[in-house]
Design a protein around this ligand. Sequence first.
Ligand code: ATP
Ligand code: MG
Length: 416
Amino acid sequence: MMTNRPRGTNDILPGDVEKWQFIEKTAREVCRRFNTAEVRTPVFEHTELFARGVGETTDIVEKEMYTFQDRGERSLTLRPEGTASAVRAFVESKLYAQPQQPTKLFYIGPMFRYERPQSGRYRQFHQFGVEVLGASDPSVDAEVIALAMTFFTELGLNDITLEINSVGSPESRTNYRDVLRSHLHPVKEELCADCQSRYDRNPMRILDCKVDKCKTLTQGAPEMLDHLTDTDREHFQAVCSYLESFGINYTVNPRMVRGLDYYTQTAFEFIENGSTLSGGGRYNGLVEQLGGPEMPGIGFAVGIERALIALQNQQVELPIAKGIDVFFVALGEAAQQHSVKLLHEMRVAGIVADKDYLGKSMKAQMKAADRLSARQVVILGDDELAQGVANVKDMETGEQITVPLAELIEKVQSNM
Ligand code: ATP
Ligand code: MG
């Protein structure tokens, strides 16, 4: 039906949206501690940016992009990920020329990929991502990983596995690709169709193939980690020892390649209950590729929907504020009318307050107060109004007092 939401998208309704707000707030707080500032970029970009930035041979560019022509016949694409946009903004606004480097950025927002929808996989989904541009030191890799881990811990998640690998610099890879191709050559025809095309274009991705046959055929294949240049090996070892010094556990997964073409050296994933929560890595050629100076970068992105699934799996109780401070029960016409003004004054004074709008009975209004978990109820009838007072009931203790209207706000606040 035309009036249903499009396949693979979600409405985030009251009751759930508070969880999103908590996740976003936690992301912002953790980024603040790491002195990482928010960047907001457009939801669509020139298609060219992703073709060049994400890589022509990636699943994203080959089959997942929402690409359209606008009325000016430009080819535009709804962003499938955040790194290319963040780097584009960094280059376009010449943030690289600012004196304080590296530039540490984060973003939170929707991403779009034409995928087969299933649990944890949508066509519009949301990512929180971090990009640090302009520093190649391995301590930065460790810091970025530590930021992600701190975020998970602050959310209340446990049992998150960190897998890490080095996919090497282009120098390491040229040599390794040849080694890998020669090793796989005898079984080339038996690989899946995708892997046969990867064989020439990007053979490392064969190691990451999810098809069982390919997994078997690549058993015992030579590993990138054994073919790193000295510089790449030392970088990887340094990242690992920083992580150890932080007390962050990790597993080296020599087969992890990651689906994006731009990664160099460090690549990592955070896994919860068999599903990938977050992926990231270093991308030392990307800034230059997108028209900027030769500047290194590293980042990660967390799927917020997947973080929510993890929170649910682990039955984490989120610290979400419930209830309201005051519910106004008004009876009689004059009291009803006056309560509108008093309610407004309370809100201006900072009190979270609500009332009945449907002319319900006293009993029904008290029920509404319960439903909204009101901590105090102000009861105002025409008689009380005539005397210039109201009754204030503390819903926790059941205690009720009579208060002059002139002191109502003060009294309510003193009991909050
Ligand atoms: P996957 O292997 O699950 O397809 P990916 O390698 O394509 O993930 P990245 O592009 O690295 O993922 O994105 C980082 C994170 O964004 C993922 O770990 C995941 O949490 C989330 N993510 C990616 N695609 C989707 C999607 N279609 N729906 C929901 N979350 C997603
Ligand atoms: Mg994917």
